[in-house]
Design a protein around this ligand. Structure first.
Ligand SMILES: Cc1ncc(COP(=O)(O)O)c(C=O)c1O
Length: 249
């Protein structure tokens, strides 16, 4: 899939040649060598092969135990290998791995009802990742912001997105378009047009950029890769003072 120049560059970056002697160092681990040679280098990974987890701990191939502060980047809220979760996944894998969106299954409707009840929202969209959730929200907002007399294929009046400076939302095109950090966005330009970034806790900047051409704004209280900063109820205060023109926030 990659062109010859990419392959040459990738292969020339050796992680270390297999060493003499029987001691298997991390750098001579064939799993690391395979990853170095064949994986697209989208992430800088530590030279450690993790094998399993139990509750709040994870273990590497040498049996070393770590307290898992990362939690799969804040998604393993219930810890690793919880017996009830393992039991349900085993049971369902034996029933059907995938049934597509073309049919109903026994779980999506009832789960959507629960989520709608807990969140106070009307409907649920299931996606596979955080970045898809952002892309789905962006598309929904553009659709919602479109009037019936606007021409398909042309930008609707209400089409702009606002997001915070120093934010991160994922790696799909939509998500990088509303991600202010340039190293994630600029190499892929031109990205989805219509996004602007607001300075953190700067209500005047928000008011200057927010008008009835905005279809959605993205404010995250915890911004993972971008870190967590204390917001003096920035979005709540500011949005309450502005005209109600956002579909989602
Ligand atoms: C703050 C934030 N939003 C969104 C995402 C994207 O989530 P996902 O990796 O599930 O696409 C991440 C991923 O690191 C994140 O840190």
């Amino acid at each position: 899939m990659m062109g010859p120049s990419f392959q040459r560059k990738s292969l020339s970056r050796s992680v270390g040649k297999p060493q003499n002697g029987s001691a298997k160092t991390a750098k001579s681990d064939t799993r690391l060598l395979d990853a170095e040679q064949f994986l697209l280098p989208t992430y800088k990974r530590r030279p450690v092969v993790m094998t399993h987890g139990r509750g709040p701990y994870v273990y590497d191939a040498a049996g070393k135990k770590y307290l898992d502060f990362l939690g799969g980047i804040a998604v393993n809220a219930l810890g690793h290998a919880h017996t009830r979760i393992v039991k349900v996944i085993r049971r369902e894998a034996a029933r059907a791995i995938h049934l597509s969106n073309l049919y109903h299954n026994a779980y999506q409707g009832p789960l959507a009802r629960k989520l709608a009840g807990w969140s106070g929202m009307d409907r649920v969209f299931f996606s596979n990742s955080g970045t898809e959730a952002i892309d789905g929200a962006m598309k929904l907002a553009r659709l919602f912001g479109r009037h019936s007399n606007e021409v398909a294929g042309m930008a609707a009046k209400k089409h702009r997105f606002l997001a915070l400076e120093n934010s991160f939302h994922g790696r799909t095109f939509g998500a990088i378009s509303v991600t202010s950090t340039e190293k994630y966005r600029l190499p892929f330009a031109p990205v989805v047009p219509g996004a602007e970034f607001v300075r953190f806790n700067d209500v005047a900047d928000l008011e200057a950029k927010f008008d009835d051409t905005v279809c959605a704004s993205f404010w995250k209280p915890s911004r993972a890769k971008a870190g967590s900063m204390r917001s003096a109820n920035f979005s709540g205060i500011a949005l309450a003072r502005l005209p109600r023109s956002t579909a989602l926030s």
